[in-house]
Design a protein. Structure first.
Length: 184
């Protein structure tokens, strides 16, 4: 009993007063807590938790499309059905219809846009008042950037801003699917 008492006194007076002793004591406490937690909760399955990775790669491109690398030297070429208008022509026609004419009714404005727009966009524009549509004078030519064979972006500079159109052609016939106005 006296030996145990002297060992405890020795531990408290010499070991715990040094940095190494305190570090060792903390390490024993941390290992004890982790060990106890693992015994109570269980080690779990390997691969479970946040480090769980999928068994197969995640693909976002159809395997038949080809190279899906980040850098593609080839620019996509928009595909247009035979006899159909090109994306540039559709964008020009849409801009003309978008600007409208003085004294034009809302119904006539919508009727001019409808054949150039997708059904979804035509529905979104149904509630739009053409008087409140931002326009101005066209200040340059339409710039078309192909995103894929079936999606292009057209930018039309106006003196008051820039009209950005997204055109899609799922069947080779180009239609405007989205409209955005960038204020100058």
């Amino acid at each position: 009993m006296i030996a145990v008492r002297r060992a405890i006194e020795e531990l408290l007076t010499r070991v715990f007063r040094s940095r190494v002793g305190i570090a060792l004591a903390l390490a024993v406490v941390v290992v004890g807590i982790i060990g106890t937690t693992r015994l109570v909760v269980g080690a779990g399955e390997p691969g479970s938790g946040l480090s769980n990775r999928p068994e197969q790669p995640i693909t976002t491109v159809h395997p038949t499309v080809g190279d899906d690398g980040l850098i593609d030297e080839r620019a996509p070429t928009p595909v247009t059905a035979p006899g159909a208008a090109t994306p540039e022509q559709v964008a020009d026609e849409f801009v003309t219809a978008w600007k409208g004419r003085p004294g034009m009714t809302a119904a006539a404005w919508h009727a001019g846009l409808r054949p150039l727009a997708t059904p979804a966009l035509a529905e979104q524009l149904a509630e739009v008042d053409p008087v409140e549509v931002p326009t101005g004078e066209v200040a340059g030519t339409v710039t078309v950037t192909a995103r894929s064979e079936r999606v292009v972006e057209a930018r039309v500079p106006f003196d008051t801003g820039r009209l950005r159109l997204e055109l899609v052609a799922p069947d080779g016939r180009w239609r405007v699917d989205a409209v955005d106005w960038e204020q100058a």
